[in-house]
Each structure stands twice: as C-alpha cells, then as structure tokens.
Design a protein around this ligand. Structure first.
Ligand code: NAD
Ligand code: WQD
Length: 341
C-alpha cells in the first residue's frame, strides 16, 4: 500500500514512516518543514537504506495537495500535519484553527476526490480535559476544550466522523487519541526536535541533563497524588508509530461490520508521576537532572492515563516498550543532537 504521511518529517511522523516501510508498505512524506528539518529525512534514509519520496509543501494549500494526489497513487493517509504547542495556541489561536482545520479539510477533500479508502487522524488525550476518573476509556466524555489546540482536535475528530459517514463507506477512518509520546528510535538517528525552549517534560529533562538548561522546574508537588506531582501515560514513540500501522491494516481489512469511523486510545495504561519519570531517567542513564519545585502550571490536568483495552482487544495492539527504555532512547537521541549540532 502507498501511505501518504502528512507531517512525515516531524517527531511522530518520522518514526511512523520508518514503521510503514518496515511493514512492507510505501511511505510518501508531505511536509513543509515549519516544525521539522530535512535532516529528519536523512535520518529516515540512514535507517531504511533508501530515501522515501518527499513532497515539500503546505497541506492547507488545496492546489499543492491536489498536485501530490495526482502524482501518486495513494491507498491510505496518516494525517499528522498540525501545530501542537498548547500554550502558543492560547496566545495565537488563529494560526491553529487555520492550519489544523485547514490542512485536515484540504487533505480530506483530495482523499474523497481520489477515492482513498483509509484515513488515520492524530488526535490527543487532551480531548478528555480533566477526566472524571482514570484510566480513561474512549467512552469518557469529551469535556469543553480549554485551549484552541484542544478545540482543533475535537473539531478535527468531528469533521472526520461526519466525512466518513457521508462517504457511504468509501472512506474509513480512525482518530487515534495519543497520550504522552516520548522516546526516540533505537538508532539515535531520529527523535523529537523541539525548536526553542521545550514545553514538554522529557525534552526539558534531556536538555537539562545535557547542560543546555540550568535546571528543570517541576510544576507543582502539592497535587493529590502519592508524591504530589502530576501523573501521565508516557508512551514510547515507536509503540505509537506501530499503532498507526495496525490501524491502517485494520482499515484495509475486508470486515464488513467495521464502522466508517472509530476512536482509539493509544497509551500504555500505566500512570507515571513527574517525580518518578525524573528518577527513572537518572537511574537508567546515570546522569543527574538538576531540578527544583515551582508553582503549578496553569491548565495542567492532575492525572491522565489511558484505558488501552479497546485497542488491545479489537486491533491486537499493545505497548511494548518500558518507560526506562524510552529514557535510554531519549538520552541517546539528545546526545547525538548535542554532538552533531
Ligand atoms: P511535529 O511538530 O514534530 O510534527 C508535525 C509536522 O507537521 C512537522 O514536521 C511540521 O513541519 C509539519 N506541518 C505542520 N503544518 C503543516 C502544513 N500545513 N503542511 C505541511 N506540513 C506541516 O509534531 P508531532 O509531535 O510529531 O505531532 C504530530 C501530530 O500528533 C500533530 O497533529 C499533533 O497535534 C499530534 N499529537 C502530538 C502529541 C505530542 O505530544 N507530540 C500528542 C498528541 C497528539
Ligand atoms: C507532562 C507533565 C507538567 C514540563 C501536552 C499537551 C497534550 C499533548 C501532550 C498534544 C505535566 C510536567 C512539564 C516541565 C514539569 N500534546 N512538567 N516541568 O501537558 O501532559 O501534555 O503534551 O496533543 O495536549 O498538553 O505534557 O510534557 O508538557 O507535561 O513539571 O518543565 O510534566 O506539569 O504534569 P502534557 P508535558
């Protein structure tokens, strides 16, 4: 199968491109490199031994998207291309609506015109907001989004659902709700490339360990959790990448009972606190992470971890990597970045 991967040079996209190729399909990357570098494609090439096709351009541009679809024969789409900084989306909402909704609509329109059968959308656990209980099943209510970024994911899910149902079964689609992706490919050749000061915990940990940041601030240790710090479901990016292949193969299968649209959580089912994550990093790498405790970060959910049972049962996918392995892989990637930059 030929799989179009929008945002294929980004963090999750690059790992997914590798897994697509490893599973015998052909990845076709579309990216305008607004939050990635061409060196990610070099990394993919080094891992695979060949360079995948790349179409450089903006997915919100219908003319560009149409030109890609008319040059390639596309069987399935994984749509990663989006802006993802939650805090920035509060300060500058319009680019988030323009890009995250605009790119989805442009790609879906082309998919319908060209008869593409399968579509996987990058959604997020952020659609659950502050959950009533944990672990969170897909049946938990989507709370009113508290950020424009979160709203683009809720709206994106709805656009996809409506489009899939209106296509009379021609387009089958799934929204994958990712929990917290971390880690990097075992080769150390691809990984997360935060531009500027990282917002997320793990890149901040690795940059602090590398001496690029003076110290990490733990955002609050007075939460109602065992050690007072927030709890998340950290999933290795390679496990997450593989979940996309499993989902595509499910969408391509002949099962007539499949709904036109469905939603799956992608998480480990384990909750890890900020304090535990730092301790795991220090234990696995032998490198200390200078840190201090600061005030709570506005908008942080206290506890958020997945019930991955639906994905485990229906798609036979299960997370395999440990948090320890993710820390080792993140550190290898950070050190490679450090030595090569
Ligand atoms: P990323 O920024 O590393 O990758 C996104 C890629 O899309 C980048 O390479 C960027 O250049 C490209 N892109 C953005 N807009 C584009 C456009 N209009 N046209 C062409 N290319 C464009 O982000 P990521 O962490 O790999 O996230 C991928 C997807 O997963 C996003 O939709 C994100 O919202 C979602 N997601 C991410 C996380 C996370 O914590 N990383 C969690 C849940 C969901
Ligand atoms: C994890 C924990 C912080 C940095 C975000 C988005 C979410 C999804 C994944 C896209 C929290 C704490 C962090 C630091 C800290 N993205 N922390 N010091 O907030 O769970 O999720 O990324 O869809 O939508 O909101 O991830 O990595 O920012 O934070 O103490 O310097 O680490 O308070 O408890 P988060 P994160």
């Amino acid at each position: 199968m030929n799989i179009l991967v929008t945002g294929g040079a980004g963090y999750i996209g690059s790992h997914t491109v590798v897994e697509i190729a490893k599973s015998g399909h052909t990845p076709i990357i579309v990216d305008d490199f607004r939050n990635s570098r061409e060196s990610a494609v070099d990394g993919i090439e080094s891992i695979l031994g060949y360079r995948p096709t790349v179409h450089a351009g903006d997915c919100t541009d219908p003319t560009f998207v149409e030109s890609v679809f008319s040059q390639e024969s596309i069987d399935g789409i994984i749509h990663f291309a989006a802006l993802k900084s939650v805090g920035e989306s509060v300060e500058r909402p319009l680019p988030y609506y323009q890009n995250n909704i605009g790119s989805l609509v442009a790609v879906l329109e082309a998919a319908l015109r060209h008869g593409t059968k399968a579509f996987v959308f990058s959604s997020s656990a952020t659609v659950y907001g502050e959950p009533d209980s944990n672990p969170i099943p897909e049946t938990a209510p989507r709370k009113q989004a508290t950020t424009p970024y979160g709203n683009t994911k809720q709206i994106g899910e709805d656009i996809l659902r409506d489009t899939a149902y209106a296509s009379n079964g021609l387009l089958r689609s799934v929204s994958l709700r990712y929990f917290n992706p971390i880690g990097a490919h075992e080769s150390g050749l691809i990984g997360e490339l935060p531009i500027g000061v990282p917002n997320n915990l793990v890149p901040y940990v690795t940059q602090t360990a590398a001496g690029l940041r003076e110290r990490l601030t733990i955002f609050g240790n007075d939460y109602p959790t065992p050690d007072g710090t927030c709890i998340r479901d950290y999933i290795h990016v390679v496990d997450l990448a593989k979940a996309h292949i499993t989902t595509l193969e499910y969408l391509f299968s002949e099962d007539v009972n499949k709904p036109a649209y469905d939603v799956y959580n992608v998480g480990t089912g384990n909750g890890t606190s900020v304090q535990e994550l730092i301790e795991t990093f220090e234990r696995e790498t032998g490198v200390k992470v200078p840190h201090t405790v600061g005030p709570r970060r506005a908008g942080d959910v206290v506890v958020c971890y997945a019930d991955p049972g639906k994905m485990n049962r229906e798609l036979e996918w299960k997370a395999e990597f440990t948090t320890s392995q993710a820390m080792i892989d993140s550190w290898r990637w950070q050190r490679n970045l450090w030595f090569t930059s």
